[in-house]
Ligand binder design. Structure first.
Ligand code: PSU
Ligand code: MN
Length: 307
């Protein structure tokens, strides 16, 4: 990408600009979780808390978004509030990105489009809650999140709490394997299922520390094995949800989505909202806890990678 051309499109926050100049570790964050993933005011409080955790660990947070067509790397407090409250924000994946930029609109960046922004800005570590994946029934709907292809194609390490069981976790792992994306369990042998620590799917590799994950990523890229890495970091024990309860809520949400003909980009936000209602907000508490935990791990990885 041509640096001069990019200046036309990209704004860095002062904090991120400074960290880049000084060669300090930076951690990217998405904004669809703010605009579409959580209700106000918990979305804003969580976004701020997550940034603070990253600072405390010695890294600089760079929440990404598109605001008035400007590609943002790092948001001011005012911009965070805008992302948390405005109804005028489009859920932005790769195919939405040029339309939103060209027409000076606002985009909440998903995992897919945050990875695109990371590639533009040269950021190697990105923290989120859960990645998108292969949806249940994808053999009929073809619904496979763009997140997986961006992971396959870009040099970025994404810390997440696994994939939600609104998805087909087994097929998601198969897809990542086909496209050469390593999935490292952070102090776990099993792929976590977002709200719960276990999914029943064993991972090939467990890492015991953030340093180990950082070293594997650096090695991959030095070898020219380009593309991303997933670090799957299970939700803390004490914040885990009851497996039966969450699975019942998910099953009901899937049935309702089918009845209502929900499809495409509406699917994930719809399912999340239904699960939230069915669990009387418990799923939101779990979501917040796991994102914070991911921020801590991601910042530690970014710090280790920078050494
Ligand atoms: N999972 C969550 N909360 C979210 C998302 C996923 O628990 O907000 C968002 C992320 O931004 C992810 C996107 O990248 O949903 C995936 O959407 P889709 O399945 O339409 O690709
Ligand atoms: Mn989809």
């Amino acid at each position: 990408m041509n640096k001069e051309v990019l200046k036309k499109y990209v704004d860095y926050s002062d904090e991120v600009k400074k960290a880049m100049e000084e060669g300090r570790p930076i951690v990217a964050l998405e904004s669809t979780i703010i605009s579409h993933g959580m209700p106000y005011p918990m979305n804003l409080e969580t976004a701020k808390a997550v940034e603070e955790i990253i600072r405390k660990e010695g890294a600089t947070p760079a929440t990404t978004a598109i605001i008035n067509g400007r590609i943002k790397v790092g948001l001011s407090e005012e911009e965070l509030k805008f992302m948390a409250t405005s109804k005028d924000i489009i859920k932005c994946s790769r195919r939405d990105y040029p339309y939103i930029v060209a027409n000076k609109l606002n985009g909440g960046t998903t995992v897919a489009s945050t990875i695109i922004t990371c590639a533009i800005a040269g950021i190697k570590v990105f923290v989120t809650g859960g990645i998108g994946g292969v949806h249940r029934g994808a053999e009929k709907t073809f619904d496979i999140s763009r997140d997986l292809q961006e992971l396959a194609n870009n040099e970025v390490l994404v810390v997440c709490a696994g994939a939600k069981s609104i998805l087909d976790i087994g097929l998601t792992l198969e897809y990542l394997e086909t496209f050469g994306v390593p999935v490292l369990g952070m102090r776990t042998e099993e792929m976590p299922a977002f709200f719960t620590r276990r999914s029943g799917f064993k991972l090939d590799y467990e890492v015991k520390s953030e340093e180990e994950a950082a070293n594997i990523a650096s090695t991959k890229w030095e070898l020219g094995l380009n593309g991303g890495i997933v670090v799957a970091n299970p939700i803390p024990e004490e914040s885990q949800m009851d497996e039966d309860k969450i699975n019942t809520a998910i099953k009901e949400a899937l049935v309702e989505a089918e009845e209502k003909g929900i499809h495409g980009k509406e699917t994930t936000p719809f399912l999340l909202q239904k699960v939230l209602e069915a669990t009387e907000g418990k799923s939101l508490e779990a979501n917040i806890a796991l994102v914070k935990h991911n921020a801590e791990v991601g910042a530690k990885i970014a710090v280790a990678m920078n050494k």
